[in-house]
Design a protein around this ligand. Structure first.
Ligand SMILES: Nc1ncnc2c1ncn2[C@@H]1O[C@H](COP(=O)(O)OP(=O)(O)OP(=O)(O)O)[C@@H](O)[C@H]1O
Length: 271
């Protein structure tokens, strides 16, 4: 039986609130099958955007969340031993290239250096993936596209993408949405009223000003959504904000105090 790539198709529309003309830009890149890099802070909507685009284009999406244990073999595939001997099993990148999916490598910079080699081969004009161990060169399917995400805030000199990798991609910059749009996102994602959503966003924006002054990263839209979900569960707003938007992001007593004070001012209740 042949492999069914359609199992990776996204059936219902993932809600995505556009911030500008990113949908049109992505469509142009996909039409030319150019590789795309989505850049921006954690939890600002990059993955949701890629899911939305895969759905809109009607293409399967294979996502790999990269971490420091991910090797080239995890992406490309390997020989496995079973009762009848050894058998080759395609990795997610090979499946996407062979059968025609969008392959999204989330936080690619976390993966081991040897993974870059396979990415380079696929982003060449030849669009090929050499499976050295198997002795096969996979020609990428016409629908295949490579998308990677990259959070510039996290990178150190030791862990950054090389220019030779960066310069194989077109790139799109993402950031937290404007307060108006973020309010819409939070209300839509959680079902809380827009007034409460706007207050949570106000807290998040105040906290984002602390980035570089005690906070490494601002409060992500993801965490604002979490706070909304807790409120929807019946938790008082200030308590929800503390649990979702303060405690996860800081261990520093002073920063915590300052954030709790903001919550009290904006939401009007003591947490
Ligand atoms: N523009 C948006 N439209 C709809 N939902 C959004 C948007 N921005 C953020 N969200 C919400 O924030 C959550 C986190 O977004 P997402 O998973 O796309 O973040 P990310 O940028 O890929 O983060 P990471 O780099 O940590 O993977 C989503 O599940 C969604 O609820």
């Amino acid at each position: 039986m042949s492999f069914d790539i359609n199992q990776y198709k996204i059936e219902s529309e993932p809600f995505y609130q556009a911030q500008g003309n990113e949908v049109e830009r992505y469509q142009a890149a996909y039409a030319a099958r150019l590789p795309v890099m989505v850049k921006g802070p954690t939890g600002c909507g990059k993955s949701r955007f890629v899911e939305h685009m895969a759905w809109k284009l009607g293409k399967p999406l294979i996502t790999v969340s990269c971490n420091e244990d991910i090797t080239a073999a995890d992406l490309v595939g390997r020989f496995l031993l079973d009762a009848s001997g050894t058998r080759w099993v395609d990795g997610p990148l090979t499946l996407a290239a062979r059968y025609g999916a969008i392959c999204y490598l989330d936080e690619i910079v976390e993966a081991r250096q040897d993974t870059m080699v396979v990415i380079h081969a696929l982003t060449d004009h030849r669009r090929e993936l050499p499976l050295d161990k198997k002795g096969e060169v996979v020609k990428a399917h016409p629908d295949f596209q490579l998308v990677i995400s990259y959070n510039p805030g996290y990178q150190s000199v030791m862990k950054d993408l090389k220019q030779s990798t960066k310069q194989r991609f077109t790139a799109m910059e993402f950031d937290y949405p404007t307060p108006e749009l973020e309010t819409q996102v939070v209300a839509k994602e959680t079902g809380i009223d827009e007034h409460t959503a706007a207050k949570l966003v106000e807290v998040a924006n105040a906290a984002r000003k602390l980035k570089g002054h005690g906070l490494d990263e601002g409060i992500s839209t993801r965490l604002v959504v979490y706070a909304g979900i807790l409120i929807k569960q019946g938790m008082p707003a200030a308590e929800a904000a503390e649990m979702a938007m303060v405690t996860p992001i800081t261990d520093d007593a002073e920063v915590r105090e300052s954030l709790l004070h903001t919550i009290e001012l904006v939401l009007g209740e003591a947490a």
